[in-house]
Design a protein around this ligand. Structure first.
Ligand SMILES: Nc1ncnc2c1ncn2[C@@H]1O[C@H](COP(=O)(O)OP(=O)(O)OP(=O)(O)O)[C@@H](O)[C@H]1O
Ligand SMILES: [Mg+2]
Length: 516
């Protein structure tokens, strides 16, 4: 093959001077970068740096204000996502985008329904068969006819990935695809990406997870404030340097201080709580000042249990005691207002935010009661703003003002808002589900610090659900390990200096391998 021929079939996807502004912010500022076939190119940077906007420009969802793009040496200027898809460029979005009422198979084959429906009648058997191939590839072990609505965020993310595979794209953009996947599912995805790479697919991969980027990426680009700070081959980029490029300073990965658990103050006692298909015989005690970790793989039943506990689902049997009194929790408002139990959902994109409302409203939604004037019951706008402003600064939310609509914030900043709301709420018991999924390294540190402060200084009792081993070991005083909707074991004494991270990790691993 001659050099010129090669150029026309395997040239890079090239961006030159791409710029895009939204009212009041230059989201992408003069970005030039090349993405090569058969390579995995990671795009990193803080929340709000402009990563998703770049991805949306490449896939025609947004048009740049200026700059040019080319693909295989030809001009690329998609005016819609449909156009980009027709050119073999597909995106797996950061926000989960599935059709909740449809089946898994229909979601995966969305663009191909016409192919499996000759004469306008859907051939269901063929639809399920073809979808099953892609489901197997991403590790979705479910009947293809399962309705998507009831599935967890992780499953929905896998469905989106399967859909991109089904589209047979030659350029695949993945915007934080592992944000709700467990370790083994992420592993599976990485193998899959390796396969795509061998087939010459161009992969552009946005992630906040440094570990996974070092594992899979060939090169890494970093964005900050809309600008491209630099692009390096992975092998030549030290991690410290990467972090410095992203946040402009070094990060101290120190152990968070130890918690001080009040052994005698059991604030929550759960006794043999069961709900068919969700959780079986869950019993534990939670004490004041404690951070109790819930670790487990996807489908282990941690979130399902939390939903039963807060009254989102009704338990079949078992009892709950709050501060020694038997509690009757029939709905979420009971949990929140009668027993001061809050739940920060893992499904923040779908359930957590009012996208059409301001940052201020989203943050203070739960604290109105507390901010009412005791006599006039009038909500102090000033108090509200002071509280919200403090939270915005503690979490470094990147918003121009408190009046900004939540919809216009970057994905990570939306996450911070929905967590911030609960940190402001007046709860004694807080269940926090996957708090740092999708937030950048600097913000993660701040969220860890905030959670720890809540337990240590404000004496809250916290249940921390996390699939990230490092996070759960770093913060928890004790860990309950979940599998098959049950508690299969406990790993305690995490404050003990003698016990290294590796030791705790092995203990958890042993518990899990006895089951799986
Ligand atoms: N539709 C929009 N309207 C107004 N502003 C927007 C819009 N989309 C993005 N922005 C702004 O553009 C900037 C870049 O956002 P972008 O979503 O690209 O960030 P990101 O790097 O993907 O962040 P994250 O890691 O949090 O997902 C942010 O300041 C964001 O608020
Ligand atoms: Mg984004």
């Amino acid at each position: 093959m001659s050099a010129s021929e090669q150029k026309s079939t395997t040239g890079p996807l090239a961006l030159r001077g791409i710029t895009k502004s939204f009212p009041g912010v230059r989201a992408v500022d003069n970005v030039s970068v090349d993405f090569y076939p058969g390579k995995i190119h990671a795009l990193m940077g803080e929340n709000g740096a402009g990563k998703s906007t770049v991805m949306k420009i490449i896939t025609g969802i947004y048009q740049p204000d200026s700059g040019e793009m080319s693909f295989h040496g030809e001009r690329l200027a998609p005016r819609s996502y449909r156009e980009s898809l027709a050119m073999g460029i597909d995106i797996v979005h950061q926000e989960i985008q599935v059709v909740p009422e449809a089946s898994v198979a229909e979601n995966i084959m969305l663009d191909k329904l016409s192919l499996v429906s000759p004469g306008g009648r859907v051939n269901w058997r063929r639809l399920y068969e073809e979808a099953s191939v892609f489901m197997q590839e991403v590790g979705l072990h479910l009947p293809p006819s399962t309705v998507v609505r009831q599935l967890s965020a992780a499953y929905k993310q896998l469905i989106q990935i399967a859909r991109a595979l089904a589209a047979r794209a030659t350029v695949i953009l993945l915007d934080e695809p592992t944000s709700s996947l467990s370790l083994s599912e992420s592993d599976n995805l990485f193998n899959l990406l390796d396969g795509l790479k061998q087939r010459g697919v161009t992969v552009i991969y946005v992630s906040h997870k440094i570990e996974e980027v070092y594992r899979i990426a060939d090169s890494i680009s970093v964005m900050r404030d809309g600008k491209l700070i630099g692009t390096r081959p992975r092998a030549e980029l030290e991690r410290n340097e990467l972090v410095r490029m992203m946040i402009g300073r070094d990060l101290r990965e120190q152990r968070i201080g130890s918690t001080k658990v009040s052994e005698s103050k059991v604030v929550l006692k759960v006794e043999a709580l069961s709900k068919a298909g969700k959780c079986t015989d869950i019993s534990f005690e939670l004490r004041e000042g404690e951070i109790l970790g819930f670790y487990g793989l996807i489908g282990a039943g941690r979130t399902e249990f939390a939903r039963v506990l807060i009254g989102e689902d009704q338990a079949d049997s078992g009892s709950v005691y709050v501060n020694g009194q038997k509690a009757t929790i029939r709905r979420v408002s009971d949990a929140l207002f009668r027993y001061k139990i809050g739940y920060v959902t893992e499904n923040r994109k779908e359930e957590g935010l009012f996208l059409g409302e301001s940052v201020l409203t989203n943050l203070t939604l739960l604290v109105w009661k507390r901010m009412r004037h005791p006599l006039t019951r009038y909500i102090s706008r000033k108090k509200e703003e002071v509280a919200a402003r403090k939270m915005v600064s503690e979490l470094s939310v990147r918003a121009r003002s408190l009046a900004d609509l939540a919809a216009n914030l970057s994905g990570g900043n939306q996450q911070k808002i929905s967590i911030g709301r609960w940190l402001l709420a007046d709860c004694d018991i807080l269940i926090i589900d996957e708090p740092t999924v999708g937030v950048d390294v600097g913000a993660k540190e701040q969220i860890h610090q905030l959670i720890w402060n809540l337990a240590r200084l404000e004496r809250k009792a916290i249940i921390l659900i996390s699939s990230e081993m490092a996070e759960i070991i770093r913060l928890s005083s004790r860990i309950l390990v979940f599998a098959n909707q049950q508690i299969i074991g406990e790993v305690g004494r995490l404050d003990d200096e003698e016990r290294s991270y590796a030791k705790v990790r092995d203990e958890i691993g042993n518990l899990l391998s006895a089951i799986h």
